[in-house]
Every structure is written in C-alpha cells, then in structure tokens.
Design a protein around this ligand. Sequence first.
Ligand code: FES
Length: 266
Amino acid sequence: MPTPSPARMHDVTVVSNEPIADGVYALVINAPKLAQTIKPGQFVNIAVPGNAMSLLRIPLSYASADAEAGTVEIWYAVVGDGTERLSQMKPGAKTDLLGPGGNGWTIPEGCRRALLVAGGIGVPPVLCLARELAARGIPYTVCIGAASKGCLVGEAEFEAAGAPVISVATDDGSYGYHGFCTAAAEQVLELEGGEFDYVAACGPEPMMAKVAAAAAKAGVPCEVSLERMMSCGFGACSTCAVETTNGMKGACMCGPVFDASKVVVW
Ligand code: FES
C-alpha cells in the first residue's frame, strides 16, 4: 500500500522561463511552501493553460529549490504541445501545480561514496541528489551524457555542487566522449566498484537498465528515477504503472525513484 501522497495544490507565478540548451528550458516559479518541502527526486505536476482540449498536468522533476527565496527551478525539454505551451509562459503568468509528488532518492545509511549517472533531461533530479550528498559530506562521482553538445545541461552545476564530472558523453561526439554515459559508468563500476555504496541514475530507460546491470554486477545498491506518463499524479489511475518484483507499482506514488533491483520491465 503506498503511503498517502504528500502532494498539495500550490498557486504559482512564473519568475523566469528561459532556454538553457537546445530544446531545454529553465522555469523558475514562485512557490514558497513547495520550496520548503520538496526533496531530491520528487516531482511536481504542473497545469499549463492554453488548450481546453488538454486537461492533463505535466509531471516534471526539479533542478533546485531555494527555501529562502521561495522559488523552485524546473528544467524541462520541449517535446510536445504541453511543454511547447509551457515554454511560452512569461514572467508573471500564473498557474497551479500539485507537489511535491512521489518518493525521492534514498541515500543508504553509512554511504561513503556515490556514483551518479544522468542522461539528457534526467540531469535535474540527479543534480538535486548531488547537492544533498554534498550537504551530508558524502563524496560522489558524476557521469553525464546528452544527444549533442547543444543539448547538454548540468555540467557546470554539478561542478558547482562540489564534485568534478569525470565523464561527459554525447551521442554524436560533438563534445566529450563519443557514445553514451553508460560506458564510463560501467568502466568505473568494473574497476572501482568496491569504492561505492550507492549508484543513482536518471535518463533514458535503456541507459538506466545498463547502469543498473553494471551496479548489480559490482554488488552496489542502485536507484533509478523512472519517467512514466502520468494522468492523475496521485494514485487514482494506472497510467504510471511500473512492473516490479513486488507487482505493479505506480511511479507517481511508489516512485519515481525505485530500487533498480526490483524493476522487472524497463
Ligand atoms: Fe495516476 Fe500514477 S498517474 S496512478
């Protein structure tokens, strides 16, 4: 039985909404209560006005929260009508969202070192985790990837959070290693798996499946943040179901972060 959703309705105002990479925007919203409560790995389900035929909210992870300023920053890729309309919202525009939703990352007790792997728009939740690890004094290693240099986000922010990004990969070879960020993660786990107590990954599902397999081989606990279509966002439908060794689980209530060893179908 999932625990009741911590999500509450918040009226929010757009502070800024600017492109930060090809097809990727950073949306900053004024949402004081959300900024105080949202945890790394959780998400928000935001309403985007402008299309009466499209009533569904958009589930989005967040990149940072500033409790003092009362703001939350969300990075999102423009991939369809909803996110296209979201990209057109100007400072001062008002909407509402449900959040914080779901369960975030669970850093293992006594964790000495973590390996973080993020691809594409999977960077934001992993970036939040990096800041949490830094705040707890836990060292970590980062591998990130993107389709191309123009799409890459997060490198500077990971560095600013306190750890060097040891590998940047692009699918087209326009920056860093030509290939996928899984290659570096697999190598690190093969050569130094014993150094890590925790692996966390977010990105395309084939990428997370590969990282999870490498972590399992190295005997390191691994969590993944799964992206699913979501209709209600609070456990009332089944659109976000994930097949796990414990049966079907809703990503909105039992995820989006899952123990990778329990995910059956990627
Ligand atoms: Fe409806 Fe998860 S989105 S149950």
